[in-house]
Design a protein around this ligand. Structure first.
Ligand code: NAP
Length: 501
């Protein structure tokens, strides 16, 4: 069984962590005030690298959720009428403030989520960019005015803030999933209640404090971490004052929320699970494909909705690709994310690690060859060795389910038709990756693959100017791009009598 160098946490590092944790707000943010939960209950947040408690956070209950929605509703009219330029400037200050707090936000994320500090810093940059992008969009929301085709009316199309929103976010990108929702919501003039994941509430709470300092008015952003998510969010979803639900998380929970939202015909955006295929054609640049595979698989330790989940490689190059990928994966530094040079940290919890282990065991029992990894890492925390599996049999569970860990299963194909059929053989459709030297093939894949996003000869996609989102059971709606802000705007059409008639 693999062991990893976790290294001692130096006393200097320990002091830095304690000081940061002591300064992070751990209560609920409701109407601009930091308050304990009405029950005074708190829950522990743990470091997945050690399994030890970092701190405790107020555990919102039903009343606290209701108070947060009251505050968002009370702030809506004023924020919705705040001049777009003023909203833009608040968001721009928020961007600057987040960037200025990069070190703190990154360390906090690493502590509660486990990813390496380098990746956490990358997430701060990525997450902050949504604030800058939204600040640039805020003053550009426009309607239109045109004559009806028969000339008998004028058509006025106006855009309005959708109204108070409930935002529910997952633990894997504790900052970016929050900024990707809060930034466009605020730009559009909406107020929000944020329910962060129970595993990673601290980043969201510090971010909320940064927003306050940047001048976000009281009640515009409310934050209610909790351990009984459904109990707290159910009544909010049923409340007719709530006008929008935006969720990022698993497809299973997304489906439940869609059912709840249907009762009130509540507007929803759903950023759900993925099962990304990574296709390597025989005409691909193999060095580039291996490099891209490292990024697409090991970014965020494989705990990303965009992680390459299934590698389908042309049989002429599969052996070469698998061997080279395994060499690179075997050399990855696995450790607590705060260690120098850390690349892959622990998984989020034992449940996540057991799922990864079960999926690998299932594939191996069906004949997969373990080229590297293939087991848990001994010791504290929830580490799993980065793994490459070759000759994975079709029908193995990990080709159908989200692995959410550092495991790369490789299977083969012989024709483009076969590759496309394998890639599309899933209920998910978030992202796909393809490596090919043929431009025509790349353009055919844009048309043939059932996916919301496609990386061509690149292992990482997503930026604030691009519409992020999925098709099929990977979701509804987009975050980022021109489309992102539309999720938080209502369209009103006024028909006006012919001014000449
Ligand atoms: P999850 O279990 O679905 O949880 C996501 C959020 O929903 C958490 O805040 C969770 O709270 C909350 N939640 C759970 N049950 C709920 C309920 N019955 N009612 C209301 N809220 C509920 O997902 P996760 O494990 O945190 O995140 C991993 C999943 O997110 C993966 O499937 C991944 O693909 C997906 N994801 C998608 C995108 C995208 O953009 N498409 C991005 C990132 C992640 P608790 O923490 O209290 O359970």
């Amino acid at each position: 069984m693999t062991t990893v160098e976790r290294g001692p946490v130096t006393s200097e590092q320990a002091a830095r962590e304690s000081k940061l944790l002591a300064g992070v707000p751990t209560d609920l943010l409701v109407g601009g005030r930091w308050v304990p939960s009405s029950s005074e209950e708190r829950f522990a947040v743990e470091d997945p690298a050690t399994g030890l408690e970092l701190t405790t956070v107020a555990d919102a209950g039903v009343e606290d959720g209701a108070a947060a929605l009251d505050a968002a509703v009370a702030a809506q009219a004023t924020w919705g009428r705040t001049a777009p330029r003023e909203r833009a400037e608040v968001l721009r200050r928020a961007f600057d403030a987040v960037v200025a707090r990069t070190d703190d936000l990154a360390l906090l994320m690493t502590l509660e989520m486990g990813k390496s500090l380098a990746e956490s810093r990358g997430e701060v940059t990525y997450g902050a960019e949504f604030l800058r992008w939204a600040s640039e969009q805020a003053a550009h929301v426009a309607g239109r005015y045109l004559p009806a085709p028969d000339g008998k009316q004028r058509v006025l199309v106006a855009k309005k803030p959708a109204g108070p929103c409930l935002l529910i976010t997952p633990w894997n990108f504790p900052l970016a999933m929050a900024t990707r929702k809060i930034a466009p919501a605020l730009a559009a003039g909406c107020t929000v209640v944020l329910k962060p994941a129970a595993e990673t509430p601290l980043t969201a709470l510090l971010f909320a404090q940064v927003l306050q300092e940047a001048g976000v008015p009281d009640g515009v952003v409310n934050v209610v971490p909790c351990t009984r998510a459904g109990d707290v969010t159910g009544p909010l979803i049923a409340d007719p004052r709530l006008r929008k639900l935006s969720f990022t998380g698993s497809t299973a929970v997304g489906k439940q929320l869609l059912k709840q939202a249907a009762d009130g015909v509540l507007r929803t955006s759903m950023e759900l699970g993925g099962n990304a295929p990574f296709l390597v054609f025989e005409d691909a640049d193999l060095d580039a494909a291996v490099e891209g595979a490292m990024l697409a698989k090991l970014r965020n330790g494989g705990e990303a909705c965009t992680s390459a989940n299934r590698f389908y490689v042309h049989s002429a190059v599969a052996e070469d690709f698998s061997r080279r990928l395994a060499e690179r994966v075997a050399a990855v530094k696995v450790s607590r994310g705060t260690e120098d040079g850390a690349q892959v940290g622990p998984l989020i919890n034992e449940k996540g690690r057991s799922k990864v282990a079960d999926l690998v065991d299932d594939a191996v029992s069906r004949g997969a060859r373990v080229l590297t990894g293939g087991s848990r890492v001994e010791g504290p925390g929830y580490f799993y060795a980065p793994t490459v599996l070759a000759d994975v049999a079709l029908g193995s569970r990990l080709l159908a389910e989200e692995i959410f860990g550092p495991v790369a299963p490789v299977a083969t194909f012989d024709t483009e038709d076969e590759a496309v059929a394998l890639a599309n053989d899933t209920e998910y459709g978030l992202v796909a990756y393809a490596y090919t030297g043929s431009t025509a093939r790349a353009l055919r894949l844009v048309e043939r693959l059932e996916t919301g996003m496609l990386g061509i000869n690149t292992g990482v996609i997503s930026n604030p100017a691009a519409p992020f989102g999925g098709v099929k059971q990977s979701g509804i709606g987009r975050e980022g791009g021109e489309e992102g802000i539309e999720e938080y705007l209502e369209t009103v059409y006024a028909g006006i009598a012919d001014p000449w008639g």
